[in-house]
Write a protein that binds this ligand. Structure first.
Ligand code: HAM
Length: 420
């Protein structure tokens, strides 16, 4: 009996060559953009103490209630595969005394995250995020800077049709009063709400804005929003963010029903959505979390940031980047594959993208491969001679074997203007 075939776990995927290239483009574009704006790369572990997320993300959120991959290690510790990056970064900020550095501390990250969600198009149990955080400033300039960076990240990747929604959740104090008002409103309409929303009227009434349930949505369309309850400093903070987005030419829609699935937010919240993606339209989002660092045992430190889902960005990108075209293809016309290996190695060490045939094809087959690869030059190894063929013009000439790299490099170099 043959053994049953192994498969990747539900909600996970393999990244194969080809799609890897497009992914790499997102990372390099993101890295360039964020580094240029003064964000330094940070990496935190893929698992943390479970309490970090319970305290940071919030006990009443979907993430903590039902989506965490939690396990006990051999030492009896409860650990959790990170469902998000902000709480770990705040933990690292405190642990490494970054509050003693000149503020703000600006960080960016990229890597895998884990949520036990029902898999569907654009939603996975292991997915990747790229994110950025600015800790140690409550200036609305930081909010605007970060929102503009995410807008630029998406546009730079050809995603022009993402919609930006913006709101403010105020401070915990102003939100407490608003929550009471919302609770009273929800209780008035209890009969029309989903069971889930009804069970959370006390613990997390704002999540009612996020419900898919039709009756709940109808109730929420007329619900009071936090935007109407902002106190003066919060309203001015939001107005300043809006002025800077206007000045930057970044369009947005003010949306008081925007709530995010994490408890740590204060003041600014935002989300970029792309309708083309269907149900999982959230490409990236974030906001301000002025109480989180303190909640995790650190000094009172404001912060703001965002994270975007790499897989959703890839879905929203319309065109795959072109495959890297090789500079050279080494053809072993003499059948000597070891000689071809040596020549190809020399070219690669000279930083030329080089391919060879590894399948032992006949001369004609190798030339066909060279042609198909789109290589600019074929280096044809004959007995006692080397031919360099320009695949664009068809020109071919004999050259010395030890000059192949220099010849190709010179031919590829942009024409230098003669020195004056
Ligand atoms: P989030 O909205 O939970 O925010 O996730 C950010 C992005 O990650 C989403 O917009 C989405 O693109 C992607 N994402 C989330 N869950 C999945 C999934 N199951 N499959 C595929 N993609 C997914 C945060 O994580 C916050 N830490 C953002 C933040 C940073 N706020 C302040 N700073």
């Amino acid at each position: 009996m043959s053994a049953s075939r192994q498969q990747a776990p539900k909600g996970t995927f393999d990244v194969l060559p080809g799609s890897e290239r497009q992914r790499e483009l997102v990372f390099t574009h993101g890295a360039e953009l964020l580094e240029a704006a003064g964000y330094g790369r940070i990496e935190t572990p893929t698992f943390e103490d479970t309490t970090l997320f319970e305290r940071g993300v919030g006990e009443s959120t979907d993430i903590v209630r039902k989506e965490m991959f939690t396990f006990t290690d051999q030492g009896g510790r409860s650990l959790t595969l990170r469902p998000e990056g902000t709480a770990p970064i705040c933990r690292a900020y405190v642990e490494h005394g970054m509050h003693k550095l000149p503020q703000p501390v600006k960080l960016w990250y990229q890597g895998p995250f884990f949520r036990y969600e029902r898999p569907q198009e654009g939603r996975f149990r292991q997915f990747n995020q790229i994110g950025a955080e600015a800790l140690g400033t409550d200036s609305p300039v930081a909010d605007a800077e970060l929102i503009v960076l995410l807008d630029e990240l998406l546009r730079g990747l050809g995603i022009e049709d993402a919609e930006l929604r913006l709101s403010s959740l105020g401070t915990p104090e102003s939100r407490a009063a608003y929550r009471e008002e919302l609770r009273a409103y929800l209780r008035e309409h209890e009969g029309e709400l989903s069971d889930d929303v009804r069970s959370r009227i006390d613990s997390n009434p704002l999540r009612a804005f996020d419900a898919d349930h039709e009756g709940t949505r109808a109730v929420m369309a007329a619900a009071p929003t936090m935007l109407d309850s902002l106190d003066e400093p919060d309203a001015e903070h939001l107005a300043a963010v809006r002025r800077m987005l206007d000045a930057a030419g970044v369009p947005y829609r003010l949306d008081g029903t925007l709530v995010r699935g994490l408890d740590y937010y204060t003041r600014t919240v935002f989300e970029f959505t792309c309708e083309r993606l269907g149900a999982q339209s959230g490409i990236g989002g974030g906001g301000r979390y002025d109480g989180l660092v303190e909640q995790l045992g650190g000094p009172a430190t404001p912060g703001v940031g965002w994270a975007a889902g790499i897989e959703r960005i890839l879905l929203a990108m319309r065109e795959a980047p072109p495959e890297r075209v090789p500079d050279a293809f080494v053809v072993a016309a003499d059948g000597d594959l070891e000689r071809a290996f040596g020549v190809a190695l020399g070219l690669r060490r000279a930083r030329l993208a080089t391919r060879t045939d590894l399948a032992g094809r006949a001369f004609k087959g190798q030339m066909k491969q060279a042609d198909r690869s789109g290589a600019r030059f074929a280096v044809i190894l004959e007995e006692g001679a080397v031919q360099l063929r320009d695949m664009e013009s068809g020109e071919q000439r004999s050259i010395a074997e030890d000059e192949v790299a220099a010849e190709i490099t010179a031919a590829l170099a942009p024409q230098q203007a003669p020195a004056r």
